[in-house]
Design a protein around this ligand. Structure first.
Ligand code: AGP
Length: 609
């Protein structure tokens, strides 16, 4: 996720662009840049690695850049380390086009080789640069026709701002799957990734539809649809306060990020599936090495550790390789057994967790091959691991991870399926079925998010409880662990997860009349066993909330309430279970009035041991 802005009007563009980027820094903050165009059509671009303040200092607050039309970008790196060269805007070789981009161009590698064959020289490692060169390649006098041709070549998600030096008083904006709004001012017009960046200038906005081209000058905004016909758009008025607007209208970043999961999972999975095969273009696990693996260690903290347990169950099922999971803080103290034939998977959203970084270093000391699953490009763990598989969740602001977790699990599915295919331990039909379900995960999350009232209602029943129990078997146990963590870290209610079969070995003594027990009963293979555990707690007075798959409807006879996940491959169900339990934890904390985005005692990234 990155932030983009654009301006055309009567005022100096650069200071306004920087001001807009300040409001969008939460969308990306590893580097930034602006490009402005003066009346003579000269495009000046300034870019800087690091926080936005670096760019502000470099441009004296924008004062040393002339021009009343411009575009700007604050980056959340997905392709190419955060540095000056990889920062946006990207310019065409002839310097006539400048582009800022938010999103992922899924076919950038093939476009890059096409353009390289045509003689274009690339200076960055980004996907975005292909757009700048494609504009130059297709321009033959008609800039709108040129933009349309380029859009027809792109697959993936994009919100674009484009400067062209032959039209110095106009800039162009397009979106597909990435957010972009047009702000209508007085003798000036704007674009931004979302409205907070513009609320101080205007409250009148137009929303672009996918692949419409907006031609924006200070005096007018003309929008062309795919057939290049002018689209009349009715502006709408926004009365949000800036604070609420920064969260896209959601009351908390956490709820916003829960709702970003369809896109986050899609952006993590889809660029790695080509012609119904998994292509992990960003890691170099050769077939020869994969066949030599004798054991896999998976290491992480908190939710990352829970994702690792899902990964363990999954990889052992599809690859038949032994997998051990460790809390990162424990790993290096147990004299772990590792060598060249052990693959250590290191999971970390931030890529900066001290315990996890220490575990990575211990694994490397033992000569284990290390593969990091990380969300933040260029973070310490990403830099030190032998290979990195990036999740494309975008910046996660809320301390309690949601999209960070589900994209970690999705990444582990990709790795597991890739290994299984390489080892030939999965029948082709099963591989195809799982791949199909993996591609549908995003839509299934959307289905879940369309009916929050179920979890809102349950939260209203149980928010006063002091203790909640979560139980499950197999992968459902890992889901129970993550559900318990979500609830306790934001609502401060004591919640513990247990393997459903473990309760009777002591803990069941805590169950009394009215004790709420959340039973994750999704796995059909283990359903009868889980059902008998549900009956055990019920006979002792527990009130059971079940999370189940549609094939396990018998649970309704025992549970007070049942939440059903959409149909999916059973091994991929934990991603959907997680969304229900995130919503439950969120609504409990919301009804309690907790500080959801910044819970007491917690930090987003624990960089101390
Ligand atoms: C999860 O909601 C917590 N914020 C915490 O458990 C987190 O998952 C853990 O600290 C690991 O963080 P990382 O993924 O950035 O390494």
């Amino acid at each position: 996720m990155c932030g983009i802005v654009g301006y055309a009007g009567r005022r100096k563009a650069a200071p306004l662009l920087l001001d807009g980027l300040k409001k969008l820094e939460y969308r990306g903050y590893d580097s930034s840049g602006i490009a402005v165009e003066n009346a003579k059509g000269e495009i000046q671009a300034v870019k800087a690695k690091g926080r936005l303040i670096k760019l502000i200092e470099l441009t004296s607050g924008g004062e040393n850049l002339d021009g009343t039309v411009g575009i700007g970008h604050t980056r959340w790196a997905t392709h190419g380390e955060p540095n000056d060269v990889n920062s946006h805007p990207h310019l065409s070789e002839d310097g006539r086009f400048a582009v800022v981009h938010n999103g992922i161009i899924e076919n950038y590698l093939e476009l890059k080789s096409f353009l390289t064959d045509k003689g274009f020289k690339f200076v960055s490692q980004t996907d975005t640069e292909v757009i700048a060169h494609l504009l130059e390649y297709y321009f033959d006098g008609d800039v709108l026709d040129c933009i349309r041709k380029v859009l027809n070549k792109l697959s993936g998600s994009y919100a674009l701002g484009i400067l062209f030096n032959e039209t110095p008083d106009v800039f162009y904006a397009i979106r597909k799957d990435s957010p972009l709004v047009v702000g209508l001012g007085k003798d000036e017009n704007f674009i931004a990734s979302d409205m907070p960046a513009l609320l101080k200038h205007t409250r009148n906005f137009i929303l672009l539809s996918d692949d419409e081209i907006a031609c924006i000058s200070g005096t007018k905004v003309v929008i062309y649809n795919k057939n290049m016909e002018v689209e009349e758009k009715k502006p709408f008025f926004v009365d949000w306060d800036p604070e609420t607007a920064e969260k896209g209208g959601y009351p908390h970043f956490m709820l916003k990020e829960i709702h970003e999961q369809p896109k986050a999972v899609r952006d993590t999975v889809m660029p790695r599936i080509k012609d119904d095969k998994i292509v992990l273009y960003d890691i170099s696990l050769s077939a020869e090495y994969v066949k030599s693996i004798k054991k896999i260690n998976i290491v992480g903290c908190g939710s990352a550790y829970h994702a690792g347990i899902i990964g363990k169950y999954y990889i052992e099922r599809v690859c038949r390789i032994p997998v051990e999971t460790d809390f990162a803080s424990e790993f290096r103290y147990r004299s772990p057994i590792a060598d060249e034939r052990v693959l250590t998977i290191i999971i970390s959203q931030s890529g900066e967790t001290a315990d996890t970084l220490a575990a990575l270093r211990e694994a490397k000391r033992l000569k284990s091959r290390t593969l990091a699953v990380v969300n933040v490009l260029g973070s310490s763990i990403a830099r030190e691991a032998d290979d990195v598989l990036y999740t494309h969740a975008g910046p996660e602001i809320a301390v309690a991870t949601t999209k960070g977790y589900t994209t970690q699990v999705a990444a582990l599915y990709l790795i597991g399926l890739y290994l299984a295919k390489t080892l030939d331990t999965i029948p082709q039909s099963e591989y195809e079925e799982q791949l199909k379900s993996l591609k549908n995960l995003s839509d299934n999350i959307t289905k879940l998010l369309e009916k929050p009232e179920e979890t809102q209602y349950l939260a209203s029943l149980y928010y006063k409880n002091k203790d909640l129990f979560f139980i499950g078997r197999g992968m459902d146990y890992a889901s129970a662990l993550e559900g318990a963590l979500k609830l306790k870290e934001i609502s401060y209610i004591h919640a513990e997860a247990y393997p459903a079969g473990e309760l009777k070995h002591g803990t069941i003594s805590l169950i009394e009349n009215g004790s709420p027990v959340i039973a994750v009963a999704v796995d059909k293979r283990l359903f009868e066993k889980t059902l008998s555990n549900i009956k055990e707690v019920k006979t002792r007075g527990a009130k059971v909330i079940a999370v189940a798959s549609n094939e396990n409807r018998a649970v309704e006879n025992e549970a007070e309430h049942t939440l059903y996940i959409p149909d999916c491959h059973p091994l991929l169900a934990p991603v959907l279970t997680a969304v229900y339990l995130q919503l439950f934890g969120y609504y409990v904390a919301a009804v309690k009035g907790c500080d959801i985005d910044k819970p007491r005692n917690l930090a987003k990234s624990v960089t101390v041991e």
